[in-house]
Design a binder for this molecule. Structure first.
Ligand code: NAG
Ligand code: NAG
Ligand code: NAG
Ligand code: NAG
Ligand code: NAG
Ligand code: NAG
Ligand code: NAG
Ligand code: NAG
Ligand code: NAG
Ligand code: NAG
Ligand code: NAG
Ligand code: NAG
Length: 293
């Protein structure tokens, strides 16, 4: 089993391939402030032109300073959001400006609000922001669009992983990373699977980091045949359930704790389309090979 540290180090130094909508490939190192590199900005369509092909992009996440925009929103939450609303639901309501007939941002009930839900895995109420007609919008609007895109994108990514992990054909891969010499937890198993079968290094690393930092301690331990009192060896089907529950807890953190969310998306890595297709992940776990590798 790969330990988490080398995996994270590898992901953080990996160069991210990136292709502009006009087909020009560029290479952006994670963490690089691309808005200051004229070679890149000169070729970028304006970040306020959100056609399908133009958006989202990682450089525009930086250029629009979406992290700052979201932190500003976070600082207003106590005033503009209902105490029982998740921050993510409140953001979606405010950006889409659809509080609903009897729903105000500060109302104590969300029963009459559009039921955005980007916390529950497989929720059908976490819409993908459409670019439609937004070819020349204000910076504020573009920031809002990127904000909700990132909520959607994180949810979509976590759901894709959860669904792929809870697929029968993934059981072999799951059981393959169980190490009988150590105490396996949902977090260690997820970490191993992601490092072995994931193909979005930066987003994968952000997801695993949240899983590790926020792992409930002590986490239930399984499958260590030497450990005293340790007799539980979940079946493949049971592991699928354990991992799905772990994924749900990560999703709850991202959608419910703003600080955790920014930690996950704040480098801009979720400002892309097609981050992870569930079918590609299922294939990767099934075939035992990464996509393209
Ligand atoms: C990127 O550089 C621009 C221009 O120097 C600056 O305004 C912006 O704050 C920088 N963004 C980050 C995330 O460092
Ligand atoms: C821009 O591209 C030119 C030519 O390839 C290169 O010499 C220069 O270092 C690049 N500048 C930056 C800031 O990357
Ligand atoms: C909104 O509230 C008013 C007054 O309570 C009520 O008559 C109306 O049916 C409500 N509309 C909706 C869509 O819930
Ligand atoms: C709803 O919230 C408002 C403002 O925070 C407060 O004044 C009111 O008492 C609350 N109503 C209920 C039923 O909790
Ligand atoms: C979740 O979504 C995936 C893909 O749409 C689907 O295959 C799976 O059955 C769904 N699971 C549940 C519990 O709805
Ligand atoms: C797109 O924008 C144009 C010009 O502002 C407007 O006339 C048209 O109705 C818009 N279309 C949609 C689908 O919003
Ligand atoms: C927005 O970008 C598209 C190309 O993706 C271009 O055709 C269109 O003219 C641009 N619109 C504006 C207002 O710049
Ligand atoms: C975009 O909108 C601004 C403000 O409405 C306007 O000044 C500018 O000419 C527009 N640009 C394009 C390319 O339509
Ligand atoms: C996991 O997959 C099983 C079998 O396909 C399905 O019955 C179950 O609903 C899934 N669990 C979740 C939480 O989606
Ligand atoms: C949210 O996450 C941060 C950082 O992980 C943590 O310090 C904070 O206590 C969390 N907030 C809640 C309400 O759990
Ligand atoms: C979000 O707001 C809360 C409450 O004001 C604060 O504790 C937290 O540090 C903020 N998170 C970020 C990333 O700014
Ligand atoms: C998995 O195997 C199938 C059938 O051999 C192949 O079509 C697919 O491209 C493979 N996918 C990956 C991710 O290796």
């Amino acid at each position: 089993m790969l330990s988490p540290a080398p995996f994270l180090a590898l992901a953080l130094t990996a160069v991210l391939p990136f292709v502009l909508s006009n087909g020009v490939p560029i290479h952006v190192s994670p963490g690089l402030n691309v808005s200051t590199n004229p070679n890149i900005t000169a070729r970028l369509p304006p970040c306020t032109n959100l056609t399908y092909a133009n958006s989202p992009t990682i450089p525009c996440y930086t250029q629009l300073q979406v992290t700052s925009y979201l932190k500003n929103f976070n600082s207003t939450i106590a005033e503009v959001c209902s105490p029982i609303q998740l921050w993510s639901q409140c953001l979606l309501l405010s950006v889409y400006s659809v509080p609903g007939v009897n729903c105000t941002m500060t109302s104590n009930t969300t029963s009459t609000c559009t039921p955005f839900d980007c916390a529950t895995l497989n929720s059908t109420a976490c819409p993908q922001p459409a670019p439609n007609n937004f070819t020349n919008i204000t910076t504020d609007q573009a920031q809002g669009w990127y904000g909700v895109w990132n909520v959607y994108s994180a949810h979509h990514f976590l759901t894709a992983w959860a669904t792929a992990l809870n697929t029968t054909s993934s059981e072999k891969a799951i059981l393959g990373v169980i190490n009988p010499r150590v105490a396996n937890t949902a977090t260690t198993v997820l970490t191993s699977l992601v490092s072995k079968y994931g193909f979005n290094p930066n987003a994968d690393a952000a997801m695993v980091k949240l899983a590790q930092v926020k792992a409930v301690k002590p986490e239930p331990q399984f499958g260590n045949r030497h450990s005293k009192g340790q007799s539980s060896n979940p079946t493949g089907a049971q592991w699928r359930g354990i991992l799905y529950a772990k994924m749900q807890s990560i999703s709850d953190l991202a959608a419910g704790n703003f600080t955790d969310f920014i930690e996950m998306v704040g480098d801009g890595d979720f400002s892309v389309r097609g981050l992870a297709g569930v079918d590609a992940l299922i294939d990767s776990l099934k075939n035992g090979t990464k996509v393209g590798g």
